[in-house]
Design a protein around this ligand. Structure first.
Ligand SMILES: [Zn+2]
Length: 233
């Protein structure tokens, strides 16, 4: 353990006297654990600045956020002080934010995403967690999920762009129910006349409503080419 030897000027005052008397200024040598340059959480100790009234070493520290603050050395070494105070402030804000959002649609969407990927007893687990669909590390915290996705617009739900990949920022979007339906495994692509397109693309290409084409193919079970070419009444 590196020790900082500090010649420390001791100033004693006679009770009641205003100024220190000549002869009462003495020198003592104090052993102080040298913390110069050491990191404690977000803080790095810069210089020893002196002792407080109770004889504890005070260190001038710089925090990752840029703030410089005097901190009792012992609080650093035992790990009770890890930032200038900014860390606690952030945690408190996050917690407040979390509670503010805990009964929103975003939160219930997050909860069901987490359970269908992780909980074997959840409805739909077989089609998600059961076939290797996972939630990325970052999104295991609701607050990060919310940061990346924002609140869902009304009528929109969480959609994975590539159905074989998991839940993460790059593979997710808020999609309307119709868009999402178009992206499910069973009806993602339709081949007709040697061309393969999504149902929505076929509908657009033929100037038809998505729902009309969907009804013809998936509900009325028309042959694909008939469904695409038959004029809408
Ligand atoms: Zn800070």
């Amino acid at each position: 353990m590196p020790i900082l030897l500090m010649r420390w000027r001791l100033r004693r005052r006679r009770r009641g006297s205003e100024a220190p008397q000549r002869g009462e200024l003495g020198n003592i040598v104090t052993k102080i654990r040298d913390l110069t340059g050491q990191r404690f959480g977000r803080l790095v100790a810069l210089t020893f600045t002196g002792m407080d009234k109770t004889g504890r070493a005070i260190w001038s520290c710089v925090c990752d956020c840029g703030t410089t603050k005097n901190i009792v050395g012992y609080c650093l070494t035992r790990g009770s002080t890890k930032s200038c105070g900014c860390w606690m402030k952030e945690l408190r804000a996050q917690r407040a934010d979390f509670h503010g959002k805990s009964d929103t649609r975003a939160h219930s969407i997050w909860t069901s995403m987490m359970s269908r990927c992780n909980n074997p007893n959840a409805t739909g687990y077989a089609r998600y967690g059961g076939r290797g669909i996972t939630v990325c590390e970052r999104w295991k915290k609701f607050i990060s999920f919310l940061e990346d996705m924002g609140d869902p617009p009304a009528g929109y739900t969480l959609d994975r762009i590539d159905n074989d990949k998991g839940y993460c920022k790059e593979n997710c979007r808020w999609a309307s129910y119709i868009e999402q339906n178009n992206n499910t495994r069973s009806n993602r692509y339709i081949t007709a006349f040697g061309e393969t397109k999504t149902l929505a693309e076929w509908a657009r290409a033929r100037g038809m409503k998505y729902i009309t084409l969907h009804r013809r193919i998936h509900l009325s079970k028309w042959p694909v080419e008939k469904a695409i070419t038959t004029a809408v009444k």
